[in-house]
Design a protein around this ligand. Structure first.
Ligand code: C2E
Ligand code: MG
Ligand code: MG
Ligand code: MG
Length: 290
């Protein structure tokens, strides 16, 4: 609704409101306030990461996805839905994205000296706008170098929107990072409209089945067919396939039967603070050993 109001206001002419609508006015001034807060928030590093386990079919935690949260001084905890698109709209996603990478890489560095944790990977969501920055590759390499994090533990999650205008420049960027050991996951796979031919041309390591397909896998025959097809496609092209939004044991069993090897979702765990995550991993390990 907020976005629609925004759109209508814009359509009416360059961010001006033709008719005064108090509700719309409130929406717009909240957005503007949040937008100016965003700059300060990045400077003051009011952001932190939650980590959601990614579990192998054998029960081992292979890695985590980093999900950003904003600890807003007056509004409390804000989820990415309320500020990522805002940050994309005014380019603040670039410094925010670098900050997120920094936090994740510091964590990878901290884990690299702990034998039980050094194999964990962290998947970081990168906005299409951030990836398209001319200096994106050097941004990532600089963060890796500064933090000392092992590049081969970092996974970058991109979406199909990035691949829709397939350019040489983009595959070059991916190749450069790939040569340093960075891996790529294609997030929300199946929801975009890109051609499948990029899958063989780009150095993608993992397909991530979008949670909307997983959610309705038992109630919508089309979603079930899509899930099956993505898993089969991934397997035949030798990609790792991970399902997101796995909430029930039935979903996990169905996905396993179809040949999916990695899972992420509330059935396993919600996104966790770093302390809770380490606790979760230790409990899982204890369960497996005894
Ligand atoms: P995403 O990358 O597809 O992340 C998955 C979202 O699904 C997360 O929401 C996660 O908390 C939620 N989720 C995980 N398991 C389940 C489940 O079993 N059921 C349901 N219903 N939901 C589940 P979150 O953290 O609110 O993030 C939303 C989106 O915001 C992400 O979607 C991603 O596109 C974006 N985002 C999150 N963190 C970052 C970031 O650091 N940078 C950028 N650029 N985008 C981010
Ligand atoms: Mg993601
Ligand atoms: Mg996703
Ligand atoms: Mg999503």
């Amino acid at each position: 609704h907020a976005d629609l109001a925004m759109y209508q206001a814009k359509a009416a002419g360059r961010n001006t409101l033709r008719f005064f609508d108090p509700e719309m006015h409130a929406v717009l001034s909240t957005r503007t306030a949040l937008e100016s807060d965003l700059r300060i928030a990045i400077e003051q590093e009011q952001f932190f990461l939650c980590y959601q386990p990614q579990v192998h079919v054998d029960g081992k935690v292979q890695g985590v996805e980093a999900l950003v949260r904003w600890n807003h001084p007056t509004q409390g905890l804000l989820s990415p839905a309320s500020f990522i698109s805002l940050a994309e709209g005014n380019q603040m996603i670039v410094p925010l994205g670098i900050l997120i990478l920094k936090i994740a890489c510091k964590q990878l560095m901290a884990w690299s000296s702990i034998p039980e944790r050094r194999d964990l990977t962290i998947s970081v969501n990168v906005s299409t706008m951030q990836f398209r920055q001319l200096d994106f590759v050097s941004q990532v390499l600089r963060v890796l170098e500064k933090t000392g994090a092992p590049a081969n533990r970092l996974k970058i999650e991109i979406t199909e929107s990035l691949l829709m205008q397939d350019s040489d420049q983009m595959s070059q960027k991916m190749m450069l990072l790939k040569n340093h050991g960075v891996r790529f996951s294609l997030d929300d796979f199946g929801t975009g409209f890109s051609s499948l031919s990029y899958l063989k041309r780009l150095p993608i390591d993992q397909l991530k089945i979008d949670q909307t397909f997983v959610r309705d896998v038992f109630t919508d025959v089309h979603d079930a067919a899509i899930v099956k097809t993505i898993i089969a496609l991934g397997r035949s092209l030798s990609f790792e396939v991970i399902a997101e939004g796995v909430e029930t044991v039935e979903q996990k069993n169905y996905l396993t039967q179809q040949g999916c090897s990695y899972f992420q979702g509330y059935f396993f765990s919600r996104p966790l603070s770093i302390e809770a995550l380490e606790q979760y991993i230790d409990n899982m390990t204890a369960k497996k050993c005894g």
